[in-house]
Structure formats: C-alpha cells, structure tokens
Design a protein around this ligand. Sequence first.
Ligand code: CDP
Ligand code: MG
Length: 244
Amino acid sequence: MDKQELEQTLVLLKPDALKNSLTGYLLSQLSEFHSGLHLAGAKIVAVNRILGEEHYAEHRGKAFYESLLDYITGSLHYDEAWKRRVVAIVYQGPDAILKIRAIAGPTNPHVARQDKPGCIRALGTLVPIKDAEGNTISERMDNLIHASANPADAEREIKLWFSPADIPPMMHAYETEVCDTWYGYAGGRLITAPEPGSICLFAPGDVAWTSDLETIRRLAQGLATAESLNYIAAKYLINDARIA
Ligand code: CDP
Ligand code: MG
C-alpha cells in the first residue's frame, strides 16, 4: 500500500449520536460509497475521564471544557452508566482527514446548518453553559461526531484510542515495536513490576506503538516527555471496570 493510501483519521460517534439513533445514518454517510475510505479499526468505548481529558487536552482550561468532558463521557445524555458509549473508528484512504471533516461539517451546529445544510453536524444542538449566578459563559456544541483536524492530531488521536492489536497489521499507518519489558499503571503511577490491583500496560511480547514505548522508557528514567503517562495508559484502561 502506498503512503497516500495509508492516510488515517479518527472518528468518534459521540453519545448524542447514539442517543438520537443516528449511528446507522452516520456510518452510512461515512461509508466507502460516499467517502471512498476503508474501515481500518472500530471499537465501542465507555469513555472514562482520563481518556476524555487526554482526547480534549488542547481545550483544558476553556470555559466549555468541563461540560465537554461530561458530554464525551456520556453522562449528559444517559443516566445509566452502562449506556454511556462512544463508537471509535479509524478510516483509511487518500485525503481521509479532509474528506471526513467535510462530511462532518463546521464545529458549531448553527453555522453548520447555515453554511452547509446536509452535513452531519447540521443535525447537532447548542446548549448554553452557565456560571453559578446563571450567566451564560459559553456554549456546549453537541455536534454528534468527532473527526481529526490534521495529520498530527490524527496520529495522536488514533494512538490514544487504539492499540496496534485493534487494527489489522497490514493497515498500520504508524510504526510499531515488540515490547521487551513489563510496565504497569497503579493509582496514576508508572510501575515496572506488578503490584496488587495494578493494571498491565505492556508485557514482553506485546506489539505497541513505537512512540508510546519511547515515551514510557523516558518516563521510567524520570525524563521529560511530550505526552503524559495518562496519554499512554488511556487506551489500556479502556473498558476496564477498575477505572471509572
Ligand atoms: O471538533 P472540532 O475539531 O471541530 O472542534 P474543536 O474546536 O476542537 O472543539 C472540540 C469539541 O468541543 C467540539 O466538537 C465541540 O463538541 C466542543 N465545543 C463546545 O462544546 N463548545 C465550544 N464553544 C467549542 C467546542
Ligand atoms: Mg478539534
């Protein structure tokens, strides 16, 4: 497969899409017939706070950030914890990032309806975010779908949501490596030998993203890294009942 064929993007069908029974419609809009792209990976994820925080790290501190975390974890759309899900998908093919952004449409559903009727986000809603005094300080945009914005975001996001084992080896767009060391996670800490209640991140023989292993080795040595331990750990904590 040539390099252009390997372009990948991350799509999330957000909790409002599931709640409004739009899952099938969205998948149809994104299908190979409409987009010319292939499915490379897919999973159902009960989004924990760690994953939500890492996915939206660039928005940390903004007025809508806490509300956005409540949205992506599903707690705004479902009272029952077991219904809180997101469908995470990797699409692959030439210009995958731009094609899916175009089908999704503008971030703000009002703008989407005005500028691009028929796009997915034109079906979204806007919800005012208020402070303790009841003043509107921002807006939450329930816009049904996430789509990576550029190649750097796509790589960061796909590696955050998917381990190499979730994607067929011949469809890997990013470098992988076989791990030769045990690394685990316990109470937000990196550990190098199992402890009671700890979660295994990497075991010898596991295939991992090379960049994750480079980061974890630096973290184990106490060196500075671009990404945090939680960024590495998040995908190994997905759907683990020990992490709320
Ligand atoms: O998703 P996209 O890359 O188009 O937009 P973003 O600016 O990266 O924002 C990420 C997500 O935060 C959006 O898709 C919205 O769901 C949400 N958001 C919000 O709730 N309120 C805002 N004022 C801006 C963004
Ligand atoms: Mg974005």
